[in-house]
Design a protein around this ligand. Structure first.
Ligand code: MF3
Ligand code: CO
Ligand code: CO
Length: 251
């Protein structure tokens, strides 16, 4: 299909595959006893080996190549010497920049055996993202995306973080529109074929409110309840969508 967004879709897919590939590498080594700095190193090296740049590194002063958000950390956790232990849940968020374009994706990883509650939170979060992606096509309202996520997770007693949202992405890391993960059907801007944006719901077991730690980056749940997140970068087509950050790994 040749149209005016062929190039942006192709380039975003290249960057997106690198970001997804970095997470596949993380998946191979993540286990109790490793530090979040080791995860950062794997992401940095994988992205570098693929002749791309890590967009988070030095972004507004962010010091590392990925975000590692453990347990009650909602997003933007900074990799450190912190050791992962059995029962932890962690989101790793990677953004690759290649030939002028960005691909942004994150996944949850379970460290050893996690609680049933944590399993349920992770499944509900993933399902909410996928259900929202599946309604994307030319003419979908942004409010339909938010409403799909919100109704899916609230039905299970979880809450949607409101302080952070998905975003347009392309030659700029974060651009318009803001893609809220809550909202009402039929409201908000209509998306159109050719648009590229992320859907990245952050879902809490307890209350939706967050607070920022003194490092200026780490956002945590105010009530210290567990939080989960998944993220894909997608493109809108006439009849649907393309996911640019799909994992290529077999397992
Ligand atoms: N990848 C994050 C997002 O989904 C942004 C991280 S910015 C950083 O938008 F500076 F914290 F890395
Ligand atoms: Co994002
Ligand atoms: Co991200």
């Amino acid at each position: 299909m040749i149209n005016d967004y062929t190039e942006s879709f192709e380039k975003t897919k290249i960057a997106g595959s690198i970001a997804a590939g970095a997470l596949d590498e993380v998946n191979k080594i993540i286990k109790p006893g490793i530090s979040t700095d080791q995860i950062d190193k794997i992401c940095y090296e994988y992205i570098n080996d693929h002749k791309a740049y890590s967009a988070p590194l030095y972004y507004r002063g962010f010091p590392k190549s990925c975000c590692t958000s453990t347990n009650h950390v909602v997003c933007h956790g900074i990799p450190s010497d912190k050791i992962l232990k059995d029962g932890d849940i962690i989101n790793v968020d990677v953004t690759a920049f290649k030939e002028g374009w960005h691909g942004d994706t994150s996944r949850m990883f379970k460290i050893g055996e996690v609680s049933i509650k944590a399993e349920k939170l992770i499944s509900a979060t993933y399902e909410s993202m996928m259900k929202a992606i599946e309604i994307v096509k030319d003419g979908t309202h942004l409010g339909d995306i938010g409403s799909t996520i919100q109704s899916h997770v609230e039905a299970q007693g979880f809450s949607v973080v409101q302080d952070f949202c998905g975003h347009g992405i392309g030659q700029t890391f974060h651009k318009e529109p803001n893609v809220l993960h809550y909202g009402k059907k039929g409201t908000g801007e209509k998306i159109t074929a050719g648009m590229i944006f992320t859907i990245e719901p952050m879902i809490n077991i307890g209350n939706y409110e967050t607070k920022l730690l003194k490092d200026g980056w780490t956002a945590v749940t105010k009530d210290k309840s567990l939080s989960a997140q998944f993220e894909h970068t997608i493109g809108v087509t006439k009849d649907g969508y393309e996911i640019f950050t799909q994992s290529t790994s077999k397992n």
